[in-house]
Design a protein around this ligand. Structure first.
Ligand SMILES: [Zn+2]
Ligand SMILES: [Zn+2]
Length: 342
């Protein structure tokens, strides 16, 4: 079969590899139909290995058709359309027991540490798979995992429908977060970015206001877009070095800042100001399969998310030139999906 094999920085190629062994125990062998490409994939190629353990087949955002099942699998049959959450958790540790499976002490992700879905076939534990509703297309289902990550992020922010919410960064995960916040009924949803096209996407996804913050003071821009007191919630999705400090300063007293964007280095923060204003800082990682993935599929079923965020659909052979490289060089305009049936 064909698969995108990652072997280290700059080393990603589509190769002929043996098809996975027939599924054992609780494994399901999935014939992949679509796999979306994540910023993580291009980061691994550009300056990895970061999260991966090479050599590994990439692809943690995939959907497909059940080909065969292991002897202890229940709930899936050959021919079923499924989507993967991609995170493999043990179900027994302290974190799994309290429902925080994304923090499992032995958490691994298909497509990062174990072979993933940028391939014709992949073996996945049944516990990582969910049936795809008939009215969600294969194209749409390819976005279920990133949208689920966004559902988790917005849930972690605790934002309520009547609160004012600012999303900093409308590209990549930011676009999915805007869609997730809209799905949670947030009415005053303000998207900030430095790119006009991304802001247009944000508006189509349901942002009530968009603000271009190129070359302006971020704190002033956030207050001007909301109120002198600032918003109740700011979701920081850029990872820009100066962004967290600006969020802590601009958020309302007693407000909440959710950090989604990953910082590349330690940053200096005024903790005094943070403390005396009772600002809450929250973080988020991946998603909780049992809580977030079904919500994500519902968003995909009821919105035109795919049409708004997807830039193009390509074949697996074009993966590096048409997706990984343009993403690493920040030339890609939207989400890129690989059609494995081509
Ligand atoms: Zn991802
Ligand atoms: Zn666990």
């Amino acid at each position: 079969m064909k698969a995108a094999v990652y072997r280290g920085k700059g080393l990603l190629s589509v190769e002929d590899v043996p098809r996975p062994d027939p599924p054992v125990e609780d494994e399901v062998q999935v014939r992949v139909t679509r796999a979306a490409v994540c910023g993580t994939d291009s980061a691994e190629w550009d300056h990895g290995p970061l999260l991966t353990i090479p050599p590994v087949i990439l692809g943690h955002e995939f959907t497909g058709i059940v080909d065969s099942i292991g002897p202890s699998v229940t709930g899936f049959s050959p021919g079923d359309r499924v989507v993967a959450g991609a995170g493999v958790s043990c179900g027994e540790c302290e974190w799994c027991s309290s429902g925080r499976t994304n923090l499992c002490s032995s958490y691994q992700t298909l497509g990062l540490q174990i072979d993933g879905g940028l391939a014709d076939y992949v073996n996945a534990p049944a516990s990582t798979l969910m049936l795809v509703p008939d009215d969600v297309s294969d194209d749409e289902a390819a976005l279920a995992q990133p949208q689920s990550v966004a559902m988790h992020a917005v849930r972690r922010s605790g934002v309520a429908p009547e609160e004012v919410c600012v999303v900093l960064g409308a590209g990549g995960i930011g676009a999915f977060i805007i869609s997730a916040a809209r799905a949670r009924g947030v009415g005053q949803l303000i998207a900030l970015d430095i790119d006009a096209e991304r802001l247009e996407t944000a508006a189509r996804l349901g942002a009530s206001k968009t603000v271009d913050v190129s070359g302006v003071d971020l704190v002033e821009a956030i207050r001007a877009a909301t109120s002198p007191d600032g918003p109740h919630v700011i979701i920081e999705a850029t990872g820009a070095p100066h962004a967290p400090a600006a969020c802590f300063e601009a958020v309302r007293k007693g407000g909440r800042v959710l950090l989604v964007g990953l910082q590349g280095a330690p940053r200096e923060i005024d903790l005094f100001a943070l403390t005396v204003r009772e600002v809450e800082v929250t973080t988020t990682l991946a998603h909780v399969f049992a809580e977030d993935l079904a919500d994500s599929l519902e968003v995909l079923r009821t919105t035109d998310l795919f049409d708004v965020v997807v830039d193009r659909v390509i074949g697996l052979d074009q993966l590096v030139d048409e997706a990984i490289r343009p993403m690493a060089e920040r030339r890609a305009k939207g989400k890129i999906v690989v059609d494995l049936t081509r």
